[in-house]
Design a binder for this molecule. Structure first.
Ligand SMILES: Nc1nc2c(c(=O)[nH]1)N[C@H]1C(S)=C(S)[C@@H](COP(=O)(O)OP(=O)(O)OC[C@H]3O[C@@H](n4cnc5c(=O)[nH]c(N)nc54)[C@H](O)[C@@H]3O)O[C@H]1N2
Ligand SMILES: Nc1nc2c(c(=O)[nH]1)N[C@H]1C(S)=C(S)[C@@H](COP(=O)(O)OP(=O)(O)OC[C@H]3O[C@@H](n4cnc5c(=O)[nH]c(N)nc54)[C@H](O)[C@@H]3O)O[C@H]1N2
Ligand code: SF4
Ligand SMILES: [Mo]
Length: 719
C-alpha cells in the first residue's frame, strides 16, 4: 500500500487566494480540492487550481538553464548560465551605457513570495532606468490615485463586500476573474449575499456572467465611463447629496469648491455619447445615496481606457463625497499581517521621462506602451538588451507584433521563465525557476487588497530538486555577479539574506507587523504559528482605519483636484470637439474563468472544448455586415489585423466587439505543445501603442476603434 498525504496551501494563480487541499499518493498528486476549512475562501475553488498539477508535471516546462547557439537550444549548468548572462549584460552596458538594458516584470511576480521579497537589490544592481512592467497595462491608475490621495501607492481601499448593500460595479467581471484589487474568494456567493441585503448593479459594454447575476446591468459605450462619472458627480452636487459624514475631518479641503468642475456635465449632455440615459444616470446616484451601505467599485475595464486615471479618481471621489470611504460596507483599508507598505516606496512620478515619447515614470517604471520604440529608435540610451522576468509582453501589451519584431532585433534577451513563450522565444538565455508547488507561499501583496484580514503560509509541497533554482536564487545569483559584495559587512549581509530566504524575511516581517509580538518571542502572530495553522488564521473583518492609514504628513486625505480634474479639458476635447467614423466598432477585452492571461493555455483541461478566442459581436452589427455565427471575420485597427471566428450574441452592446487577450500561440519557436493546438489570435496585435491615458501613460486596451469584415462564411469554410 502506498502512502496518502494531504497538503494545504493557497492557490497563487489569481488574486482570490483560495485555500486548496492537495492529496498525494506515493508522492504523486491525485486530487486538488477547495479547502472547506480555509479561513478565507471557505472551500471555494475554480478550474484553474488543477493547473497547478499540470504546471508541475508539464513536460514542456523548462527545467534547466538554456542558451541558444546558432538557433539551437543547449543546456547549461547554473554556474555557466549565470556567468555567461552576467558577462553579456556587463559588456552590453559597458558598450552602450546602463540604460541599454531594459527590464520587464510580468504579473506572476506579484504572486511569488520570493520574487517580491528578494528582488529589490537585483533590480538596483541593473542600474537601468528602462524598467517596465505589467502595471502599465493594468492597475497604474489605482496606484496614482492612492499615492496622491492617501500618500502611498499601495494604500488602496477595497470594497467591504461582506457588509455592502448596494454594489455599483464599473468595468469588472469578478465571476470570471475572481476579483481584482479586491481579493475575494467565493465572490459569487458574496455577491448573492449583497443581493439579499440590497442590490448589485453592473455597468459594462457586455452582459457578462457578473452582469447576468446582478439585479441590474447597464450597457455603457466603451471608454465613456468618465462622462458617466462626471455626470454622477454633477448630480451629487446639483441635488445636494454630498455628505461626507465622518470623513469630513480627514479631508484637506472642503469638497463644495469642487462643484464647479462638474457643472457642465449634466446627464442630458453626456447621455447620447455614453449610451446611458439621463434618467438612468440620475437614478444610479439617487439609489446609491438612498442605500445604507453602498459602495462604488471600478476595475480593469475602467483602468485601461483613455481616461482611466481620471475615471478611477472620480470613482474614489464619489465614494468620498458620499461618505463611503473607510466606512463599513464601503471602500475600506485592509490591515495585513505583513505591513509591506512600510517596506516599499510610497510612489513618485515624473522624475524622469521616456527617451522617445517623453512619457513619465511612475515609481521608477516607464509605461510599457513605449517599450518597442525605445528598442527600435537609435540614439543614446537606446535599449539593446532585455531581461524578461515572468512576463509575456508580446501577447500582453499593445501592438505586440511590433514589440515582437523589436525583440527579434535585440543584441541580448534573457528570460527568467519556465516556458518559452511568444516573447522569450527570442531569448539568448532562459533561466527557469521552479514551478509554484515547489516553493513556499505567503501572499504579501494580495492581503493588502483582501476583503477580510487573514494570514496563511504554506511550505513547498515538493522540495526543489538539487539542480533547480527558485526565482529569488536566480536573482541573487545574478546580483552577486553583477555587483560583487564590497567589504566584509556586505558579504556577510548577503550570506545572511541567502540563508534566511523568503521565509526568514517573512518571519521577521510578521513579527514586526501589526499582529506580531515584536521583540516578545512568545506573543503575537508568528511564522511558527502560521505553520501550525494549515487552514490559515482569520484576522477579522475590515475596520475603519483613518487617519492612521494615511501616509501624508498632515494625516489628511488630499483631494488633489487640480492634478486630476485638469484632465477634464482632455475629455472635453475628445468627446465634444471631434467626431468618430460611423463604420467603426469599439474593441474591448474579456476574461474566461479557465484562462489566465497568456500562460495557462498549455494545460489541456483548461483549453479543451469550444474555441474561446472568438470575436463576440452584437446581432445587429452582424446583420449589417452580413456575418453569421461561426464565420471567419477580419478585425482591423490602425496597427494591424487578425482573423478569427465570430460569435454572435446579444450580450454585446451594439457597436462593440470583444476579443480575449493572451492568445496567439501560433508563433514559431515557443515551447508549449498544447497551447499551439489552441492558438487563437492576439488581440494585442490590434491594440494601439500610441493610444494611452495621457495622465498616467497607462495603455488603452478597451475602446480601440476597429473595422470588421467577413472573410469566409462558415458554409464556405466547411465546403
Ligand atoms: N488586450 C488586453 N491585454 C492585456 C489585458 C487585457 O485585459 N486586455 N490584461 C493585462 C493585464 S491585467 C496583465 S496583468 C498583463 C499580464 O501580462 P504579462 O505579465 O506580461 O503576461 P503573463 O501572461 O502573465 O505571462 C506570465 C509569464 O510568466 C511566467 N511565469 C509564471 N509564473 C512564474 C514564476 O513564478 N516565475 C517566473 N519567473 N515566471 C513565471 C509564465 O510562464 C508566463 O510566460 O496582460 C495585460 N494585457
Ligand atoms: N480567469 C481569469 N482570471 C483572472 C485573469 C485572467 O486572465 N483570467 N487575470 C487576472 C488579472 S492579471 C487581472 S488584472 C484581473 C482583472 O479582473 P477584472 O477587473 O474583473 O477584469 P475583467 O474580467 O477583464 O473585466 C473587465 C470588464 O470590463 C468590461 N469593460 C471593457 N471596456 C469597458 C469600458 O469601457 N467600460 C466599462 N464600464 N467596462 C468595460 C469588460 O467587458 C469586462 O467585463 O483578473 C485576474 N483574474
Ligand atoms: S479562483 Fe481559481 S485561480 Fe484564483 S486562487 Fe482560486 S482556485 Fe486559484
Ligand atoms: Mo492584471
Amino acid at each position: 500500500m502506498g502512502s496518502t498525504t494531504k497538503h494545504f496551501r493557497t492557490c497563487n494563480l489569481c488574486e482570490a487566494m483560495c485555500g486548496i487541499e492537495i492529496t498525494l499518493e506515493d508522492n504523486a498528486i491525485t486530487s486538488i480540492k477547495g479547502d472547506p476549512q480555509d479561513s478565507f475562501s471557505r472551500g471555494h475553488i475554480c478550474p484553474k487550481a488543477l493547473a497547478l498539477k499540470d504546471l508541475y508535471e508539464d513536460p514542456d516546462r523548462i527545467r534547466a538553464p538554456m542558451e541558444k547557439v546558432n538557433g539551437q537550444w543547449r543546456e547549461l549548468s547554473w554556474e555557466q548560465a549565470l556567468d555567461k548572462v552576467t558577462a553579456r549584460i556587463t559588456s552590453l552596458q559597458a558598450e552602450h551605457g546602463n540604460d541599454a538594458l531594459g527590464v520587464y516584470l510580468g504579473n506572476p511576480n506579484v504572486h511569488n513570495t520570493g520574487s517580491l521579497l528578494m528582488s529589490g537589490g537585483m533590480l538596483r544592481a541593473l542600474k537601468t532606468r528602462n524598467k517596465f512592467s505589467a502595471t502599465s497595462v493594468d492597475q497604474l491608475p489605482h496606484h496614482i490615485v492612492s499615492w496622491k490621495l492617501f500618500g502611498h501607492q499601495l494604500r488602496i481601499p477595497v470594497p467591504d463586500i461582506d457588509n455592502s448593500d448596494y454594489f455599483l460595479m464599473f468595468g469588472a467581471n469578478p465571476l470570471a476573474s475572481n476579483g481584482s484589487i479586491m481579493s475575494v474568494a467565493d465572490v459569487k456567493q458574496r455577491l448573492k449575499d449583497v443581493r439579499k441585503r440590497g442590490k448589485v448593479v453592473v455597468v459594462d459594454p457586455r452582459r457578462t456572467l457578473t452582469a447576468d447575476m446582478a439585479d441590474a446591468h447597464h450597457f455603457v459605450r466603451p471608454g465613456t465611463d468618465v462622462l458617466v462619472l462626471l455626470a454622477m458627480l454633477h448630480v451629487l452636487f446639483a441635488e445636494g447629496l454630498v455628505s461626507t459624514g465622518n470623513l469630513a475631518k480627514h479631508l484637506d479641503q472642503g469638497p463644495m469648491s469642487l462643484a464647479d468642475s462638474f457643472s457642465e456635465y449634466t446627464p442630458e449632455r453626456v447621455a447620447p455619447l455614453t449610451g446611458m440615459s439621463a434618467d438612468l444616470i440620475r437614478s444610479l446616484v439617487r439609489d446609491f445615496c438612498a442605500a445604507k451601505a453602498p459602495v462604488m467599485y471600478g476595475r480593469l475595464g475602467v483602468s485601461v481606457q483613455e481616461f482611466g486615471t481620471l475615471s478611477q479618481y472620480l470613482i474614489m471621489l464619489f465614494n468620498i463625497l458620499t461618505g463611503r470611504l473607510d466606512s463599513v460596507g464601503g471602500l475600506m483599508f485592509a490591515k495585513p499581517a505583513v505591513d509591506i507598505l512600510a517596506q516599499s516606496g510610497r510612489g513618485n512620478m515624473g522624475r524622469f521621462h521616456s527617451r522617445v515619447r517623453g512619457l513619465p515614470e511612475f515609481n521608477g517604471e516607464l509605461p510599457v506602451a513605449t517599450l518597442a520604440e525605445e528598442i527600435t529608435t537609435p540614439g543614446a540610451g537606446q535599449i539593446k538588451g532585455m531581461l524578461l522576468m515572468a512576463g509575456n509582453p508580446v501577447l500582453s501589451t499593445p501592438n505586440g507584433e511590433q514589440l515582437d519584431r523589436a525583440f527579434k532585433g535585440l543584441d541580448l534577451l534573457v528570460a527568467i521563465d519556465f516556458y518559452i513563450n511568444e516573447s522569450s522565444r527570442h531569448a539568448d538565455f532562459i533561466l527557469p525557476p521552479v514551478s509554484p508547488l515547489e516553493r513556499e507561499h505567503y501572499d504579501v501583496i494580495f492581503n493588502v487588497l483582501a476583503v477580510r484580514n487573514n494570514a496563511r503560509y504554506a511550505e513547498a509541497l515538493f522540495p526543489r530538486k538539487a539542480n533547480a533554482r527558485h526565482d529569488w536564487e536566480i536573482l541573487l545569483g545574478l546580483r552577486d555577479r553583477l555587483q560583487p559584495a564590497r567589504g566584509l559587512k556586505d558579504k556577510l549581509g548577503r550570506q545572511l539574506l541567502r540563508r534566511a530566504g523568503p521565509s526568514g524575511l517573512l518571519a521577521l516581517l510578521l513579527r514586526q507587523g501589526p499582529y506580531g509580538g515584536g521583540l516578545n518571542l512568545f506573543k503575537g502572530l508568528s511564522l511558527a504559528k502560521l505553520k501550525k495553522s494549515p487552514h490559515g488564521i482569520d484576522l477579522g473583518a475590515l475596520k475603519p482605519a483613518l487617519p492612521g492609514a494615511l501616509f501624508h504628513r498632515d494625516r489628511k486625505i488630499h483631494l488633489e483636484a487640480e492634478f486630476f480634474l485638469n484632465d477634464v479639458a482632455r475629455v472635453e476635447a475628445k468627446f465634444f470637439n471631434s467626431s468618430t467614423a460611423p463604420d467603426q466598432l469599439l474593441l474591448i477585452g474579456r476574461r474566461d474563468v479557465r484562462s489566465n492571461n497568456s500562460w495557462l493555455h498549455n494545460s489541456h483541461r483548461l483549453v479543451k472544448g469550444k474555441d474561446r478566442c472568438t470575436a463576440l459581436i452584437n446581432p445587429l452589427d452582424a446583420q449589417r455586415l452580413a456575418i453569421a455565427d461561426g464565420d471567419l471575420v477580419r478585425v482591423t485597427s490602425r496597427v494591424g489585423s487578425v482573423e478569427l471566428a465570430a460569435h454572435i450574441s446579444d450580450e454585446m452592446m451594439l457597436g462593440v466587439i470583444s476579443i480575449p487577450h493572451g492568445w496567439g500561440h501560433n508563433l514559431s519557436g515557443t515551447q508549449w505543445q498544447t497551447a499551439q493546438d489552441h492558438a487563437g489570435v492576439s488581440v494585442n496585435d490590434l491594440t494601439d501603442e500610441m493610444q494611452i491615458d495621457e495622465l498616467s501613460g497607462n495603455a488603452v486596451l478597451n475602446g480601440v476603434p476597429v473595422t470588421l469584415s467577413l472573410v469566409a462564411a462558415t458554409a464556405a469554410l466547411s465546403a
